[in-house]
Design a protein around this ligand. Sequence first.
Ligand code: ADP
Ligand code: AIR
Length: 283
Amino acid sequence: MARRKMIYEGKAKIIYEGSEPGTVIQYFKDDATAFNAEKKAVINGKGVLNNRISAHLMTKLEAIGIPTHFIKSINMREQLVRSVEIIPLEVVVRNVAAGSLVKRLGLEEGEILQRPLVEYYYKKDELGDPMISEEHIMTFGWADPYEMEEIVAMAWRVNDYLSGLFSGIGLTLVDFKLEFGRIYGEYGEVYIVLADELSPDNCRLWDSKTGEKLDKDRFRFDLGDLVEGYQYIAEKLGLIPEGGIVKGGDVNEKLLENLDLIENELAAKRKLRDIKGGKPRKI
Ligand code: ADP
Ligand code: AIR
């Protein structure tokens, strides 16, 4: 196989050039980081689980009309996605008080919010991803008002849909982080799609009955084995056989080979919606 060109290496994923124009490959590493990479570890099997969970959730969202970058799984660690221009925002949606919200406002963890809360953070590792308001986004031109309207509407729909999906399998979607990207059309028109990943690395998921934390907080706060939590979520979603695919730090590749590769059939056919009133532009 020809050597692929690496485009970017991040904390949890590597981005390679894709097989077709306008595509890139996301490779899910086993690296785990927290607190802006102050805490680091390699956790066997994490990448495989996140690749599968993200592929599944993106496909589900596409099916309800949310445009995503996901095209298809390539193998246990890689997926083909549309190449996008990442909007430098982390859009966080919260249903239950946890994490930085609890610290910032002195709330009690677990308090159910009166209504879902959407927050923005500026995606800039050097600054520790500071929280910002829509005013900052406008002033610095990170996204325009039409794009923000689209992004917020999508964030709410993702929350509605995923909250229901997880509650159906006994899990509470506490909060999550989304990233969006731009795709430019033939005439310079801009389409916004959901990008990056949707996995327990960027969601908080609690067992609805026991309150057990199943997401990356296990690693952040040493709450227990991370893979155990991620596997539980993947099993509940019906994505891996019961008993899991990672045992004692070993990934069972034989079992994995027998799993279907997830494809987003709608993505190929999708006619992306135009941004209402959005002017074609190049940057
Ligand atoms: P980080 O950059 O925060 O360390 P990752 O290790 O997850 O994060 O790296 C993946 C990078 O790829 C992120 O910066 C993310 O914004 C970017 N990205 C996600 N989806 C796409 C895409 N479809 N096209 C181009 N870049 C993407
Ligand atoms: N998140 C934010 N930045 C990186 C990530 N992964 C996610 C967390 C959590 C939500 O956004 O995983 O689900 C809110 O994080 P916090 O730390 O602001 O409470």
